[in-house]
Design a protein around this ligand. Sequence first.
Ligand SMILES: O=C(O)CCC(=O)C(=O)O
Ligand SMILES: [Fe+2]
Length: 353
Amino acid sequence: MLLGLLAIGVVHSLTPSTPTLTKMAAFDTAVPTVDISPFTAPAAHSDAARRAVGQEWDAAMTNVGFAMITGHGVDPAIVDALRRGAHSFFGGPAASKQKYCYGPYGNPLGGFTGMGVEAVARSRDDHGSDGGATQTTALPDLVESFVFKPEETTKPKPPSMDDAGHAYHAALLQVLDALHKVTAAALGLDADFFAPYYAPSAKCSLRLAYYPPLSTTQQTSSAVRYGAHTDYTGYTILCQDDNDVGALDAGGLQVLLKSGQWAAVTPQRNAFVVNIGDLYEVWTNGRWRSTVHRVMKPPQGSKAATQPRLSIPFFTGPHDDARISCLPGMGPAKYAPVSAGEHLRRKLGISNV
Ligand SMILES: O=C(O)CCC(=O)C(=O)O
Ligand SMILES: [Fe+2]
């Protein structure tokens, strides 16, 4: 069963300002793994297999709001090529990176954002699992990023990521398509239910998130690699760093469980982490959880603290004009209907320092 396996992991205190490891404990394996191949390779699977995946998905999103997916069909060579290109870009001189800055984080052209611009914990609101712990004074995150927009052709992209970014984006759109079918099965909706929300195209943002090695000051400050937040819109499909497979702190990504404990999201090779953003919470009237998560720093003095971490979230959501409200049969509505574009712009605005 989903929550049946016991594993040894790292559990942290709930206090958001506590940035270091506080204790080791045993906890239920929090984030279930779901093989979505009945939807990515439908000819090889039965309707019964698809119904079973739908049930697993509903349980994962209801209990945790996060799942690991296998059977997604993405060629690992596509992932490796983008990772190599991104390391080459982020490892380069600051002035070369800054040439690709096209505005504040979240601007429609994408591009590079240096450290000190984003403090994602400031975007907290009443979505998520801890009652909305808004932190207007959260310190900037210890991250640099590049947002890759294939549809944006007026501004150059770093040559090392250009081809690889296009290939990765196209591959992940296929995964998104499968996830929407999984979702329809999970919620008992028509297979094409989400099509009008995502046509003519989904609103996607392919982000390369680079967490540089930590300076001594950064190691001892209360800043974290990425502060506690919920994602803003639809599915996030995240590629964690393979170097963190087997690491003590599992790379630092943690989710806030219903129990109030933080649990590590243990990276698995060739699996993506999938979580929902706020708009699914509105659609499902809170049945599915837009779960609070964060990226902590590696323990002080550890080898991991001297190394960079590269993660690749692919944010997806309905087009800007889509109006999101409680699905039929899920009422009475707890959330006011919201415009997908307005919600996204508001959250991005307040996440900039
Ligand atoms: O870097 C990670 O593992 C996750 C980052 C994240 O939560 C985000 O970019 O929204
Ligand atoms: Fe996130």
